[in-house]
Design a protein around this ligand. Structure first.
Ligand code: SME
Length: 158
């Protein structure tokens, strides 16, 4: 939101510190989306979808109940997976194929996380305001995605 100052540098340092504490995706993604939700104004949903068998499955999130499975190429998240690109959608109602998990969401920013160049998860941010995300939000969240992807581990030793 243009008028609200967000200290992205601090947010990025905090996420780096979370990754140092535990790099397993459950605690790391859980606390990362909690931190994002409490730091970034005007969000109704912040969370992760994880790549599983080539499609997306719901991971840690904050917000309303969400779709569990998203096919590659479907919706904003599935398009980020298919294209391996950040998706900044100023008005979801103008995005063909948008998956309306929550009627509240009006704009979205979806940033891929990669391992060896392949998407391993996406960070999905939804806002109840149209045009919520700027180019500078996109750049700062791409830095956050880089911090997360360079540390996160998906395997456990159970
Ligand atoms: N709206 C997303 C689906 C996920 S929910 O917003 C949590 C999409 O179209 O990819």
């Amino acid at each position: 939101m243009k008028n609200d100052f967000v200290d992205y540098k601090l947010l990025q340092e905090q996420i780096q510190n979370l990754a140092k504490e535990d790099s397993w995706f459950v605690p790391l993604f859980s606390n990362a989306c909690a931190l994002i939700m409490q730091t970034i104004p005007a969000l109704n949903w912040a969370g992760f979808y994880i790549v599983k068998n080539g499609d997306l499955v719901l991971g840690p999130f904050q917000g309303e109940l969400a779709c569990i499975h998203i096919k590659k190429g479907k919706g904003v998240c599935g398009t980020a997976l298919e294209t391996n690109n950040t998706m900044l959608v100023p008005n979801v109602h103008l995005f063909s194929g948008h998956i309306a998990c929550s009627a509240l969401s009006k704009s979205e920013l979806v940033v891929p996380l990669r391992k060896n160049g392949n998407v391993c998860a996406v960070l999905d941010l939804d806002s109840p305001q149209k045009n919520r995300f700027s180019e500078s939000d996109k750049i700062e969240f791409e830095k956050i995605a880089q911090i997360l992807e360079s540390s996160v581990e998906f395997n456990s030793s159970f």
